[in-house]
Design a protein around this ligand. Structure first.
Ligand SMILES: *Cc1c(COP(=O)(O)O)cnc(C)c1O
Length: 391
């Protein structure tokens, strides 16, 4: 199998090397406060080996990956929800089961391997929380040094995780977009590998593994995949994975890929409607999908149009309710961003054939942000001393 980079804007192709992050020509057209131009996609050529494995379709050889059990996450068959909604083929892909409890490990794993392949020991990034705690954990497994820029409002559990894994953590006065800018500046000054979403092509490439796994677990391409979306790197990866399976003639189908966003952070869905990206000011309580300028927005918008992707925007207040509904009906407690995909499924399920195969991505463990999760439940407000005190 042969791997190269291709610019998702102009189509130029390049040899893969760590110094190259975005297309040099398209990068000169970057406007401030707009999605990244010149995002590079990994293109694979050749034929998948007989009885292929996910590793066979990745651009870095297996020997460079750190010893951490990333991916291969469970595909739940939620019996109670299937009955309640009359949807016998509903599945939940539980990416909270990754080593650092979020989907981001799929990207960190490949980035770590890519750095190791090229003898790079320092990795830098900005994150709303999960990418940072993920890179810190996977970097710890690999023995790499990780430097993080996090917005000061990042949930404490995610900061604590990163510190536990031994990363150097800078809390930034400002939002994720500002942390992103600072991390880019830091990389320019200090070198190492930058793992920023979309800016490092291996982030989207690593995330494609979820589609390959879903295909292997189901034995087919599902009809629908619901993806909680902020920067658009996960949904880009979901497209990429299924497109790779098509390119390799492993299937001739694509699922309908649903871009699920909160109405308080809906840059991509708005752009799909209006034809262009506008600056928004996000305020969703699902911190992992709170993004003003979606870094990976350009390729996602294109793939959504070309491959029948669909948008669903959910009310922010519906997210904690969807979260509690999922937890209490299945036993799967996912963080607010993860529950957003489920809220998206709930919003559109009645327009879709009940027998279709639905896969909902639950992208992070619920314990990562307990403050928000409290909004969807009633905490006991009396403290009892005997059973007589029970109201
Ligand atoms: C990062 C993240 C998302 C959104 O991914 P994008 O690539 O930013 O669209 C969704 N859920 C969780 C738990 C995340 O950490």
């Amino acid at each position: 199998m042969k791997f190269t980079y291709k610019c998702t804007d102009c189509g130029s192709t390049f040899e893969i090397k760590p110094e190259l992050t975005v297309c040099p020509a398209c990068a000169t057209k970057q406007e401030p406060e707009t999605p990244l131009t010149g995002v590079l996609e990994v293109v694979l050529e050749g034929q998948a080996p007989e009885g292929w494995e996910v590793m066979d379709l990745l651009p870095v050889p297996e020997e460079f990956f750190p010893p951490a059990p990333v991916g291969d996450t469970p595909l739940w068959e939620p019996r109670n929800l299937r009955r309640e909604y009359g949807a016998p083929n509903l599945y939940i892909k539980d990416d909270g089961a990754n080593p650092t409890s979020s989907f981001k490990d799929r990207a960190s794993y490949l980035v770590s391997a890519f750095a190791r392949q090229h003898g790079i020991e320092d990795i830098v990034l900005a994150s709303t929380g999960n990418a940072g705690s993920s890179m810190a954990g996977i970097g710890a497994a690999a023995g790499q040094r990780v430097t993080l820029f996090l917005p000061e409002a990042a949930p404490p559990a995610k900061i604590i995780q990163a510190l536990q894994y031994g990363a150097r953590v800078f809390k930034v006065r400002g939002n994720y977009d500002f942390a992103y800018a600072l991390s880019q500046e830091y990389s320019k000054a200090h070198g190492g590998m930058n793992r920023n979403t979309a800016y490092n092509p291996m982030t989207m490439e690593g995330k494609k593994t979820v589609s390959l796994e879903i295909f292997r677990q189901l034995g087919r391409v599902p009809d629908h995949v619901f993806v909680p979306t902020g920067d658009g790197c996960i949904i880009g990866g979901v497209f990429k994975g299924f497109l790779d399976l098509k390119r390799l003639d492993i299937t001739d189908r694509m699922p309908t890929i649903w871009c699920v966003q909160s109405d308080k952070s809906d840059a991509i869905n708005r752009a799909l409607e209006n034809g262009k990206f506008e600056k928004i000011s996000s305020s969703t309580l699902a911190d992992s999908i709170s993004v003003d300028v979606p870094a990976n927005g350009r390729p996602v918008l294109r793939w959504m149009k070309e491959h029948g992707g669909r948008a669903v925007t959910v009310e922010d207040a519906s997210i904690p309710r969807a979260q509690a509904k999922l937890s209490s009906s299945t036993g799967l407690f996912t963080e607010p961003a993860g529950a957003t995909a489920f809220a998206g499924f709930l919003a559109v399920k009645d327009q879709l054939p009940k027998d279709d195969t639905f896969v909902v991505l639950a992208t992070g463990n619920g314990l990562k942000d307990t403050n928000t999760a409290m909004k969807g439940v009633n905490a006991p407000d009396v403290v009892i001393e005997s059973l007589n005190d029970i109201p």
